[in-house]
Design a protein. Sequence first.
Length: 275
Amino acid sequence: MESSFVTDSQDILAKDTSVVPEFWQEKYKNEASKNWDKFYNRNTTNFFKDRHWTDREFEELRPGYVFSESRPVLLEIGCGVGNFIWPILERNKDIHVYACDFSTRAVNFVKVNENYTEDRCKAFVCDITQDRLADTIPPHSVDIVSAIYVLSALPPEKQAAAVSNIVEILKPGGRILLRDYGIYDLAQLRFKSGHKLENNLYVRQDGTLSYYFSTERLRELFVQHGGLVELENDYVFKKLVNAKMGIDSVRVFAQAKFQVPTDAGSIEAAATTSS
């Protein structure tokens, strides 16, 4: 990031010295799935657009990308109502997709979609911070895990547990593809006083959480804790221009790829590190 952008952003964030009271912090964290259920009750399937851009950013999601001789298997964590998985299933006729979310209502929307068939997709409710993925998915069986704007919904003290959970079901050489909100994103800078729980963690008006990642935090979670190999880990900047008002602003996203080691010794070490 440019030093002037970082300095300006830090100056804005430094002005907000208030934090949400501890009682409400715990309430928001403990009721995360409940608040997302309410979100999907209000917005049903109409809030997010289908994510047709994902295969432009991640070549692993393009048809014909070879992971193994067998049918490729993908897990989408935080699947919501399926905006990521429907384009993937349409483009990749031979892929099998697992899809989970901690919102029961969201998973039900996936299951009633006309594109949902259990021979190609299995959707299930799961809180990845505490429910073991391997109870539903065989250990070391998944080629790709997609984490698109999902880890930011978790408080930082629960993120490491989620990473350990994911590592258990990935194959040797399997990859995590991640895109999420980056530190100093426009949305972070726009939070008014009274929404900050701690550094880089905020609560939205509807009670859902939003954490803003640095590349260092992602490296800490997936490499130092998870024992994975870092393939990519950087920021994506999207400049927004309001010509009428003469205002330029910047969206910041963190985008990364991490891979399970392919040799037996490193895999065993990774499992030990993340447990």
